[in-house]
Design a protein around this ligand. Sequence first.
Ligand SMILES: Nc1ncnc2c1ncn2[C@@H]1O[C@H](COP(=O)(O)OP(=O)(O)OP(=O)(O)O)[C@@H](O)[C@H]1O
Length: 838
Amino acid sequence: MSRNSLRINTGLKKQEVKEANIQVAVRCRGINRRDSAKRRKESEFSVDPSRSQIKSLKEHGKTYTFDRVFGEKSTQADIFKEIVAPMLVEVLSGYNCSILAYGMTGTGKTYTMEGGDPSTIPIIVNNCPSQDAGIIPRTLIELFNYLSKFSEYSVKLSFIELYNEQPRDLLSTENSSEQIKIYDDARKGGVVIQNLEEVLLKDAMHGINILKQGSERRRKAVTNYNARSSRSHCVFTITIHIKETTTEGEELLKVGKFNLVDLAGSENIGRSGAEDAHAKEAGSINKSLLTLGRVIDKLVSDSAHVPYRDSNLTRILQDSLGGRTKTCIIATISPSRNSYDETLSTLEYAHRAKQIKNKPEINQKLTKTVLLKEYVDQIERLKADLQATRDRNGIFLSPESWRATQDEIQDLKASAKDLQDNIKQHQKENHELHDKIGCMELVEISNRKAVAEFQGTFLSMASGLEAAISKSKTMNLELNEAMHNQVYTFSDQAQKNLIDSQKYIDIGFDQLDKRRQEIEQFAVDQNKSYKELYDEQTRLFLEYRDANLEAQNNLNSNFQGILQGLRQVLDNHFSKINTCHEKVNEEMSSLTKVTQKHIESQNTTIELLQNALMDTVTSQQKRRELFYSEITDKINLFEKEDCEDILFYVRFNQKDHLSTFGRSYELTKGHLTSLEQEPNGELKTKLESIQNEIKSHSDLSITTANSASAALTSTNDSADKTLERLGQEHSKSLGTFSSDIKKTYSDMRVPLVNIQNGLQNSLIPFEKMTREKAGKTQRVYDDAMSYMQQTRNEVHSLLTEKVKSDVSKKRTNSRVPVPISVTFKRQKIDNEDAMSNL
Ligand SMILES: Nc1ncnc2c1ncn2[C@@H]1O[C@H](COP(=O)(O)OP(=O)(O)OP(=O)(O)O)[C@@H](O)[C@H]1O
């Protein structure tokens, strides 16, 4: 083991460098026993390792994308394979690399870096890392496996913690925390940790044992979130030298450094249950993490001044953040609902850090001669110191040590300057605060006025509340007196006070509940009797209705009987009419047949007569034509002989002949007419007799039909009348029935409405009383709340004054009490809800 000064970034040679973003991975562990039982099941984040995303499931929740996301199923081996192994390769090529585990307390930083609790879980099983072994043991095993190929190498490690901002060597056997110093090397650049022990490792197991021992010495405590909560930041550094021989035969040393940093957990002091010294630890942890956050912000915003010097943590990590180191941050989160805010803040923090750009540079390879020269120089320097001390009295230093001391002084001066800058900044902030306080004081005055007015009404409040208020006042006075020393306890007292008020309000609520139960019982009873009454009325109504229905049914069946009889009479009539009709039809068809025969024989006779007449006419015609042709021939002959006398004679004869012929023609015609007329007269007579016969049959049918129809009509009329009468009787009985029902309804309605009104009226005073009680309780509660708020404001203003006076007192680093924010949850008593429950 050698005590040395560890240079965080040494031996870097100038080279073309490319900027590279810090890699950020997020690991979400599974739910464990300590996560709040209520909220264990449903996480408010969805973790998607395949897309390297984490999404808040709340409304308007953000989605965060990282370089890698590991879900609860990811193993230690996965983390090593995907994050650490590639970085180890970089270290072995001569880069400085850092892995930082950051996250809320209890989320698995130490588990990720070191592994499970080594007192219960073995780190090595069968010469292999156990399932729970973390990054450090896996790195050591993998490193020595790799180095076994080389003949000459060295692996050194150092292990320090920063507890309450103070560095402490976890490898030192002495209680030597005072001896470690962190300062800037003005000449070579970088941060130097003086007097740090470095152990030369023989093998991986050696390194793992050292890790175990150092880890045991690390400060731990039990918190609500973690049974072995680390209360310090710790840096485990592995420095590797590998000898290489160039083609020219020159021996070179390749240097790589691996910083494995397990940061203390950020925590909500109230919820982690940290008290007294642990609250102070937590405050210090949060402070250094806050500085880390500010450094990240400044780096991201490319600010000219990055406040690395504001905390030892950021000084040590200076090269890993925005420097020449390759860095990866593993942000650990819990899936528990309880940790939603902390998880969100870790994700925001990690997301911002993703934008930091480093400029990784490979370390210059050292030649054996240079290294030997460095060692020889160091020995010479130490010798010179020893000699100088031996030769003279007092403290004497060699020029080298003198220069180192000078460096340290320079560093201290730079720190002092930074502090002065900080003081100026704080002064500026103080001025601004002062102005704000001025404004607040004005508000305070008006508040006091309002409070004074309120106190007037407040005094007239119920006696039970007065007791609680006077108790609060007493507690407030006590608080004011003890405020300087008991700021931390104020929260508890205020809480108690609040609990007392809450108790009083709870009693009020209990009474209100009781009263409500009584009213509900009353309402139930009323409802019961109302229901009984209603059931009775319904039963009576149903009985009455059933009786009426029966009567109606009887009436209906009687009516149906009568109707049936009437229908039968009608049916008889109709069958008689039908028989008549059939007879008439039969006679009509026989008459039609006879008539048809007469007509046919008549037609034959007419045809015969017409033929005979035609024959007579034709022979007459022929005779006349013959006669005419004889006459014509004779006339032609006489005309040819030109004999007037003869012609005259002939013509005279012809005239005779003609008149003779005319007479015989008229005779024939008359004969014909008589012939024509004779048969026509017979036929007519016959036809007339047939027609008469038909008419008499038809008249008989019509008479029969008319009498049947008249009988039917009279039957119908009498049936209609009977029906009308029955209908009138029925509607009359129905009218009586319905007016009876109406009357029963109206008789029932009045008592029912009265019952309802009675119920309503009986409820009104209860409603009013409940409303008043609820309103009164709300007012009492509001008054108590505003009084508590005023008390809080007073405490706050006193604290502000305290802060001012502390700042003005030489602006020393004296501890300024952290104002505790007391928030009172306002519970609204919903009158509407209270009433609706009735
Ligand atoms: N991925 C995981 N798988 C199994 N157990 C885990 C895992 N992460 C954490 N744990 C367990 O959760 C508990 C808390 O883990 P750990 O001590 O590593 O948290 P931490 O972040 O280092 O807390 P603190 O900041 O308080 O030191 C331990 O019991 C640890 O074994």
